[in-house]
Design a protein around this ligand. Sequence first.
Ligand code: SF4
Length: 335
Amino acid sequence: MSHLVEELRERKTLDDQGLKALLESDDQSLEEDLFRNAREVAVAQFGREIWLRALIEWSNVCRNDCYYCGIRRSNQTLPRYSLTPNEILSSCDQAWKLGLRTFVLQGGENPAAAEALAPTVAEMRASWPEAAITLSLGELPFETYALLRRSGANRYLLRHETASPAHYSRLHPASMQLEHRLACLQELQRLGYRTGMGMMVGSPFQTTGDLIADIRLIEQVQPGMIGLGPFIPHPDTPLGSYPAGSATLTLRLYAILRLMLPQAWIPSTTALSTLHPDGRKAGILAGANVVMPNFTPASHRGDYALYAGKSAPAVEAEENLKLLIQEIESIGYHV
Ligand code: SF4
């Protein structure tokens, strides 16, 4: 085993120089060693079980204008939608009947609509008391986080996107501040949410130093979930002409973070599958342990266009879920 991988696995940390070598090396055997060790640690922690989460993209209305995001408010080409409470509950029902026990409600940042979602969250909690309810609704007033928590939500994913303030300011308008995003994460933890964070890999202007800063921040916060995927340009955004991030680099980050935080839930993300034909399986083989099939009603799924060519595994039929399970089983795992 490479001494860098061995040290990372044993100590659950590594100095910046070691991380840089793992991120930048073109040594294939080092990469294989990294993935194998991440796999072993994931299997030791979770067995060969992959956890399915039902993703419900509840609204593509967003007040923000992030320079990389297809649903940014300035994108006039996109039809906007918000699911009704009945549509949300019906997607949950469908997912529950297919055996999924975690619902993930994801949407653009829209504080008034997020507050209005509280009764629906309460209804989800009452209808499925054993389910985990994860929200991913951006930066909200702290009282809204508290209201949604009281209504029954117990997890919250808020990707920090980049831990470097200078890099953050090149991806977001001046109205958005990394400091505030991190304060939101702190508040979510204080309220008792199991929190998730993460970043885009290969976003424009990103350096290896920025990625090391991301790793350090995650190491410091110790989130329960880590969501990361490659940057994929969307043509109707200011950063639409920049090249996509690298699937390989994304996989190395899965593996590094698995070795640092053995207990974290790490989804093999849709963005990775969009870039890499076997992305979902490759993510699992690099240490990921979660897959999030899409339960957004088919009539709206195409409108949640965060980036171009999004390949969302649609599972509205039992048959499609079987195919997803078969794919997971083909590499020796089960759900
Ligand atoms: S990344 Fe999130 S906050 Fe930014 S524009 Fe897209 S949905 Fe809105």
